[in-house]
Design a protein around this ligand. Sequence first.
Ligand SMILES: [Cu+2]
Length: 338
Amino acid sequence: MNRLPTQPLGLCLRAALVVAAAVLASGCAFDGPMSTLVARSDLNRSILSVYRIITWATVIIGLLVFVILAVVLLRFRERPGLVAHQIHGHTALEIAWTIAPALVLLIIAIPTIQVIFRTQTAAAPQNALEVRVRGWQWWWEFRYPSLDVVTANEAHVPVGQPIVFVMEGPDVIHSFWVPQLGGKRDVVPGRLNRITLTPEHPGEYWGQCAEFCGASHANMQLRVVVDEPAAFDRWVAAQKAPAPEPSGDGAAGKEIYARSACVGCHTIRGVSAGVLGPDLTHFGSRTLFGAGLWPTTADNVAAWVKDPPALKPGAKMPNLHLSDADSKAVAAYLVGLK
Ligand SMILES: [Cu+2]
């Protein structure tokens, strides 16, 4: 029999690949902030239960196949004097290998269909808190109709209460996705999609637009902050309060804001009522801006106000050519809007 000569270089290469794959795999974080394997809501727990059933079913089938393969390879390996014995058909075997996969599919299908129905229910429980999610190119708006609160990119919700996120698409298709709280839901213009879930642990959960929507799709992040009920009530009260009056640099910034094009796109209650950009009434209370891209510091905000498209490709907020001094003053005003 002809055998391929063992190539030392090829072997080394293969060994190196295996080591590299192992090192890479060890870098996978199963509990990272964007991991779907961490269940922090009832919804994600039910999705994970389906993952688990499918993983175990495939692991068991995989092991079984490899064991049978090994036995067959060893028992029927080439030996002198061994002649293959031809048979034709085996009714019992054929029935068995038709029924077994059907059973496996049934075991997977029943919980999967149950969870699909459970996650697609249109009716939210009576005590659910409604959060209207608007996906804009390239930021998120959150409206709380029952609380009269509007915010952007950072939604707060209370732990233990059912939340119904209702998706509205003002421009193109986006997809709302907070992996630890639940699956993705498309945000489609002309449709109201819903996702209902009960957050089960306080914390800060990361999200990301999951449907390609243009230049800054990758920069369209969000946060859902799950608060204890008392902390949530404090947040609501603070958001409903009027915007604080600025002093010093901030007072000059307010004047510049009020006489610039800003007022056409942004709302600061009592100052302006634009609707094309994020509501800035309590901008300073959000830890990040630009859809999760930068910490809300005076320097970052000044850089943004000076030239948004330079910081975020395609940004729908134009460069208004403010001077350095004016950008700083406006930033001081905005960061003070706690
Ligand atoms: Cu997107």
